[in-house]
Design a protein. Structure first.
Length: 409
């Protein structure tokens, strides 16, 4: 039961928000009526977009009566020729929620098959997108569905996991669409999160560094930058002004509140990070910075002809986290990362103390699905006050939300 003041805050947060509610052809479509009613009651403006198959389960008349808006299903109205612009819908909305999302629609979204108004609207969406899958347990567990969901998650789509229970087939298993009240709570939290870092400045490092041997070769590591980028997107989604200093990666940022600075080497990353971290309320060192660089760099490509052996002399790179945290001012909070292969806990604690950090996020290459190049991570967060908290394997987007929530606490 919500306290009156919390209920009022939620209503003011949702009041006037523009939400596209997508409904697809599954028996769970009847639950969407309850979700629509909750959203409208909280003050949101809701535009329903339904697939042709969805109309077999719930009528547009019911949905239009509750939303106060004509339901959109086709690209144009047959008798008047009125065009329904998926582009305009994408620009209008603050959030898009597809509930239920069938296996067919999930597959189309993941592969860009724009053969109906709902998928076309999704492909034009500039706003955050949530989907609540609903299907039979075998379809839910099929490798193609698993792959399509992972693809959508990598695009930034938030997956509202289905529950386990009795399905339309009368079998028992995972595939029931989450209850409308719980989906509504996720929507509440999404809009609340947009406010909890408003006015805050955050600086983040991400990705690898490349230390050149010659114009075409370098020393580097396998970091993809996915964890740092997920943290940047999470902070920006919560209203923060984010500066992201990143090494060579193939990733793109989505939120306009992220100012991106691309660098290559550890020395370049340090210089580019000095001002953003000095001005930040919060600094997160998520980059996998090379510990060493070649003492000298060849000006032209090194040739192997006539050279049987080559010795490479390395020198230490600056420790970016330790350097910037050593001049941390009062009120700033700095967080580091520790990717370990052995003595993980002890090494992470050592970094926490030696580098003047407030928190360290520990992940180990011993944990399957954690570390470089993956879309998932498994972390333990260690605090300066001696407390720590471990999390199970999750997507890096979810891990980012856990880390930021821990920082804000």
């Amino acid at each position: 039961m919500q306290k009156p003041e919390i209920k009022a805050a939620v209503e003011s947060i949702l009041k006037g928000k523009h939400i596209v509610l997508g409904i697809t052809g599954g028996i769970a479509a009847y639950k969407s009526v309850t979700l629509l009613r909750l959203l409208v009651k909280a003050g949101a403006e809701v535009q329903v977009v339904i697939t042709p198959a969805g109309k077999e389960f719930i009528t547009p008349v019911t949905l239009s009566s509750l939303s106060g808006k004509p339901v959109v299903s086709e690209f144009f109205t047959a008798n008047t020729g009125e065009w329904h612009s998926h582009v305009d819908l994408g620009l209008w909305a603050d959030l898009m929620v597809i509930a239920p999302a069938t296996a067919s629609t999930i597959g189309k979204m993941a592969n860009g098959i724009a053969d109906n108004m709902l998928v076309t609207t999704y492909l034009s969406a500039k706003e955050h997108v949530m989907i609540a899958p609903a299907m039979d347990l075998d379809m839910m567990a099929h490798p193609s569905t698993v792959r399509n969901l992972a693809t959508l998650e990598s695009y930034g789509v938030e997956i509202i996991e289905p529950a386990a229970g009795e399905l339309a087939s009368h079998l028992m298993g995972k595939g029931r669409m989450e209850e409308p009240e719980n989906i509504f709570s996720r929507i509440e939290r999404f809009f609340m999160k947009q406010c909890d870092m408003l006015g805050k400045k955050v600086a983040i490092t991400a990705g690898p560094t490349y230390e050149k041997l010659d114009p075409v070769r370098f020393i580097g590591n396998y970091s993809s930058g996915k964890m740092g980028f997920a943290l940047a997107e999470e902070c920006a989604a919560r209203g923060a002004e984010v500066t992201l200093v990143c090494g060579p990666v193939s990733l793109q940022t989505a939120n306009p509140n992220i100012h991106r600075i691309d660098v290559e080497s550890a020395e370049e990353m340090l210089e580019a990070s000095r001002e953003p971290f000095a001005n930040a309320d919060m600094g997160i060192f998520a980059a996998a910075v090379a510990d060493y660089r070649p003492e000298s760099r060849a000006e032209s490509k090194l040739k192997r002809e006539g050279v049987e052996e080559m010795s490479l002399r390395l020198v230490k790179n600056p420790d970016i986290a330790a350097t910037l945290a050593s001049v941390k001012r009062e009120g700033q909070l700095f967080v580091g990362f520790a990717l370990e292969t052995d003595n993980a806990h002890a090494n992470a604690l050592g970094k926490l103390r030696k580098k003047n950090l407030d928190m360290v996020v520990l992940n180990s290459l011993q944990d399957k699905g954690a570390g470089f190049g993956t879309d998932t991570n498994k972390v333990t967060i260690l605090r300066k006050d001696g407390t720590e908290r471990s999390f199970p394997l999750k997507s890096k987007r979810e891990v980012a939300a856990d880390i930021i929530a821990e920082i804000l606490s």
